[in-house]
Design a binder for this molecule. Structure first.
Ligand SMILES: Cc1cc2nc3c(=O)[nH]c(=O)nc-3n(C[C@H](O)[C@H](O)[C@H](O)COP(=O)(O)O)c2cc1C
Length: 444
């Protein structure tokens, strides 16, 4: 092949893209291990390879935000120079889209509406938190393979008018999905677009984050009663990296006896809400799998043993029957939901620490909530590395009246979006099922 001395030889685009494709699939495999409410895994990642889609996402990323949505310096990596047009000006957006002549790649994080929880307004926050946790691990895994985040542009598509939900500050109602072309999956709502640039020397290897992501899991068993050392708690709250670096999140640890007792009492009083809320419980129950085999086959949700520990077959059948929505709607008149709340409180009470995370804004938008989720992922991975485990207790956040009472009672500012037991495990907990990482990735 000959080429003029002034131009770099161009590889066919599929060949040029192969290294990124490999890195993206590896990163998606690791990020699939992220936590999500009910293990619903509501995320999707679009990789624009078609000319039109790349042009559209480039425009999206380069749009100059007038509302402070641009990624802060901590997020933007080294600005790439490939293509000679990295200033983002409109003037050079003539014949080719910028990425065509250089090595930039883009991904778009989306909320998959077919996988999201919808029975409670607060689920909208939990879905974004889950997607934010996924994004943090995805981008970290890409960075460790030499693809660092250069720029992130958030979109605020969840207008109350469109979704009927009023708990988000909506920003501009912007149907970015449609603008990304015909290949955009119809059930996906774009949350943010990311530009990635090749870097030469990653500061680690993806095997490290894979190890930690595999070791991280929700542990609902009793914990060791000893206090968690203050220095360890401080390290968990230290400034974050990646998408989480821009998060306006307060992390509060409840370790004093009074606070922990107050929290356990609160769980005993309100922890039955989900069981007694017909729609919420019906939705939760749809994620309960008969056994490990069904859970593995479906790749999401949880077998009963994940919630209640190892079970004999007769007890498993009895529990499944007792928890079925139709039985529950009868048993709640006899106060069964209060029995379950007291059971949960009994596990919470001796836990040495409770962590509460809050967003500064009482009505957070998409960006703040995604970054909050990223912060949560960072926290949970650090806790795992420190030999700690978590067990979220979201029922006290899922109903606005209960959440506000909890925040008042414990003096938690802003919008508490995550509350969890934290401690050192007494027993291992089984890993929960996952969909294959590549299933969340689509080329557009
Ligand atoms: C935002 C959020 C809220 C959660 N709330 C609860 C909860 O209330 N109770 C619970 O047992 N697990 C909760 N979890 C944990 C998930 O159920 C768990 O991440 C999922 O089942 C996957 O299991 P793993 O964390 O062991 O990988 C929550 C997770 C997230 C991300």
């Amino acid at each position: 092949m000959t080429s003029s001395p002034t131009s770099t030889p161009r590889l066919p685009s599929a060949e040029r893209r192969a290294p990124f494709e490999h890195a993206l699939l590896e990163a998606a495999d690791i990020a699939a291990l992220s936590p999500s409410s009910h293990n619903c895994q509501p995320w999707g990642v679009a990789w624009p390879t078609g000319r039109g889609a790349r042009r559209a996402v480039e425009r999206l990323v380069d749009e100059t935000p007038d509302d402070g949505h641009q990624a802060p310096d901590g997020i933007s990596g080294e600005s790439g120079t490939a293509g000679g047009d990295s200033d983002g000006s409109d003037s050079d957006r003539g014949d080719l889209y910028r990425g065509d002549s250089d090595e930039d790649e883009y991904v778009i994080l989306a909320l998959d509406r077919e996988r999201e929880l919808t029975s409670l307004p607060a689920h909208a926050v939990e879905m974004l938190v889950s997607c934010g946790a996924y994004l943090q691990i995805l981008l970290r895994s890409l960075a460790l393979q030499g693809w660092s985040t250069d720029r992130i542009r958030f979109v605020e598509p969840l207008g109350a008018g469109r979704t009927g939900r009023a708990d988000f500050q909506t920003g501009v109602a912007y149907d970015a999905g449609r603008s990304l072309g015909d290949t955009w999956p119809v059930s996906w709502s774009p949350l943010c677009a990311v530009r990635l640039r090749r870097t030469d020397e990653p500061d680690g290897s993806p095997a490290e984050i894979r190890r930690t992501a595999l070791a991280r899991r929700t542990n609902r068993a009793p914990y060791r009663p000893e206090a968690v050392e203050p220095a360890v708690l401080d390290a968990l709250s230290a400034p974050s990296t990646g998408v989480a670096a821009g998060a306006d999140v307060t992390v509060r640890h409840l370790v004093a006896d009074d606070d922990r007792a107050a929290f356990a009492g609160f769980v005993a009083r309100h922890g039955g809400r989900d069981f007694s809320h017909r729609q919420a419980w019906r939705e939760t129950y749809s994620f309960v799998r008969r056994d490990e085999a069904e859970a593995q086959a479906r790749g999401d949700g949880f077998p009963l043993s994940q919630l209640f520990g190892p079970l004999s077959t007769p007890r498993r059948h009895a529990l499944r029957l007792a928890l079925a929505p139709t039985t529950m709607s009868v048993l709640r008149h006899a106060g069964y939901h209060r029995v379950l709340a007291r059971q949960l409180a009994r596990v919470v009470r001796p836990t040495p620490a409770i962590v509460a995370m809050g967003l500064a804004d009482a009505s957070p938008g998409v960006e703040a909530t995604i970054r909050g989720g990223a912060r949560l992922a960072e926290y949970w991975l650090r806790a795992t590395e420190a030999g700690l485990v978590l067990h979220p207790v979201s029922v006290v956040l899922q109903h606005d009246d209960v959440r506000k009472e909890l925040q008042d009672r414990l003096g938690l500012p802003g919008r508490t979006f995550f509350v969890s037991r934290l401690g050192r495990p007494l027993t291992d907990f089984p890993r929960s099922p996952r969909r294959i990482g590549a299933r969340a990735v689509r080329t557009i």
